[in-house]
Design a protein around this ligand. Structure first.
Ligand code: FAD
Length: 524
């Protein structure tokens, strides 16, 4: 199984599952559905936050920050547990990255496999997601949320139609008296003298709002759009990276690490790892123009290609990436995507041949044999196709992006020789998975130029299995919880699912935040 349902090739995935995912995507979402729904999500434009009282002070039980998967699940769960809830959304669009996703809520079916593939992630968080996801599905079913049925043998994978799911969850919240404030970012957390959370300061379209609450749940989607944090932790090529998330359309970037930064200011601890890692895929290189759905333009078969940077050189194992000291058990496109982010202009060319095109490029995307070469060409990205490698390399040089034909041919010659001799694992830049180390030898040959798009960061807040944010001393910060991508170090370079993190920690943090007692130290 591939694509955002798991850029890795999951053992036991079936053609049927791929076909089903195609059917369900068409049935539930469709291009028009995404576009209309996403626009329909712009529900509360300026001035419509009429729930804000004239004195701009509010009191509630739980403030949830961010109306994506993590925040919506948190808000509805907290409300079902009896809490009065205010949900804040920074942008003019509700649903966050989730509303632009493929909607496969999933994680692994075996905890052993999960640990094996992400041994550097936090085992407590991984165990929590694995153990709790089925309960979350029961919860969604119990409230009538629109969720597809699980396929046989894949109990931990259920599909949502993102826009319908968003609308349903907002409807649940509002019909039970909850408040959603759009275009109202949290600016900072409020604490009392005893360092307990007592609410947030937010900024609405008409000015600041002080919202007092017994608990705050941060679900701001990570820091993919924060230039400083990405540059410090992931790559100096931030300026070239695409935002493969809710921020894509050039709106004010919403995913700027607001939850992480606000919590850090009051002594929250960063997760113990994952800061140099993220989940993403390669998108058509500039000057390409493309739009949602981003999956139609995302490469998922990179592990089968030869990837060369703008100097025409291989730089990382296309099958497993390359980060010193990391053991990677699995193969997946998302590894090489992370390494491309660290190359000049966060850009690289993927090169493949006829058989790889048939067996992988057309099949590997989980969306029903979309022709990605064609998608790149139509988007206006640099592409090349030829019946000889010499001609292919000549066309690549003709892109005018600096890729030297001679170097490309030298790289391919060295790689092909090793692939034919089954020694690709011993190349100076090894390709460890012999299954993926196929020689590029049968025309037609293909090359595309792509730039990495960052979907979700892996580092974040240190959080325990109750969703509580921990302080630098390891103790829970009273009244502070997290959900979704703000929960740090679940994946750490691997991809174990992303929506599952919002589902599970929304479910847990929502319930625990609802039970938070009044601050013992009062409201000042
Ligand atoms: C094309 C594509 C396909 C995908 N497919 C899948 C898939 O099939 N399966 C899967 O598991 N994952 C998938 N993903 C990834 C997944 O959608 C996201 O990682 C997930 O939705 C993140 O959820 P979240 O709630 O943590 O953040 P988000 O959904 O991004 O929500 C965060 C929200 O917080 C808001 N916010 C930020 N700062 C503030 C602030 N200061 N105050 C108030 N609000 C704030 C943001 O505006 C945003 O609405 C896909 C992503 C893309 C782009």
């Amino acid at each position: 199984m591939t694509s955002d349902l798991g850029g890795a090739v999951l053992a036991g995935s079936s053609k049927r599952a791929k076909n089903d995912s195609r059917i369900s995507r068409r049935r539930f979402v469709g291009r028009a559905g995404i576009a209309a729904g996403a626009l329909g999500g712009v529900a509360s434009a300026r001035g419509q936050n009429s729930q804000v009282p004239a004195n701009r002070e509010m009191r509630t039980d739980v403030v949830v920050v961010g109306a994506g998967m993590g925040g919506l699940t948190t808000a509805v769960r907290a409300q079902r547990e009896g809490a009065d809830v205010v949900l804040l959304e920074k942008s003019s669009e509700r649903g966050g990255t989730m509303s632009h996703s493929e909607g496969a809520v999933w994680t692994y079916e075996s905890f052993e496999d999960l640990r094996n593939d992400a041994p550097h992630g936090d085992p407590e968080l991984q165990r929590t997601v694995f153990d709790t996801l089925l309960q979350v599905y029961e919860f969604y079913d119990s409230i009538g949320a629109p969720l597809g049925a699980a396929d046989e043998g894949e109990r931990r994978t259920r599909r949502i139609a993102p826009v319908a799911f968003t609308n349903f969850m907002v409807g649940q919240l509002e019909s039970a008296g909850g408040t959603l404030l759009m275009e109202t970012p949290m600016l900072r957390l409020l604490t009392n003298r005893q360092h307990e959370i007592i609410g947030v300061l937010a900024e609405g379209p008409d000015g600041p709002i002080r919202i007092q609450a017994k608990a705050v749940v941060l679900a701001t989607g990570g820091f993919a759009g924060n230039a400083q944090l990405v540059t410090q932790n992931i790559t100096r090529q931030f300026g070239s990276l695409y935002q493969r998330n809710v921020a894509f359309d050039g709106l004010m970037p919403p995913l700027t690490g607001d939850g992480f930064l606000a919590a850090s200011q009051i002594g929250a601890a960063p997760s113990l790892g994952g800061f140099d890692a993220f989940y993403g895929h390669v998108l058509p290189a500039r000057p390409a123009k493309f739009s949602h759905p981003l999956s139609d333009y995302s490469i998922y078969h990179g592990a089968w290609t030869v990837a060369v940077n703008l100097y025409g050189r291989r730089f990382a194992d296309e099958s497993q990436g390359r980060v010193a000291g990391r053991q990677i058990a699995r193969v997946g496109d998302h590894f090489i995507s992370q390494e491309i982010a660290r190359q000049p202009e966060a850009t690289a060319a993927y090169i493949w041949d006829g058989p790889i095109n048939e067996e992988h490029a057309l099949a590997e995307n989980n969306l029903g044999s979309l022709d990605k070469f064609d998608a790149f060409r139509q988007a206006g990205a640099p592409v090349a196709t030829a019946n000889t490698l010499e001609e292919l390399a000549r066309q690549m040089e003709g892109w005018g992006r600096g890729v030297p034909a001679g170097q490309v041919l030298g790289t391919l010659s060295e790689y092909n020789q090793a692939a034919r001799n089954a020694t690709a694992g011993k190349l100076p830049v090894p390709k460890a998975s012999s299954r993926n180390a196929l020689p590029i030898q049968q025309p037609p040959f293909y090359a595309i130029l792509g730039t990495t798009g960052i979907t979700a960061t892996h580092g974040g807040l240190r959080v325990n299995s109750r969703g509580q944010v921990l302080s630098t001393t390891g103790r829970p910060l009273p009244g502070l919880f997290a959900s979704g991508i703000d929960v740090g170090n679940f994946c750490n370079y691997a991809y174990l699912g992303a929506l599952c993190l919002g589902a599970v920690f929304g479910y847990l943090s929502g319930a625990n935040a609802a039970r938070q007692p009044e601050p013992r130290g009062g409201w000042e």
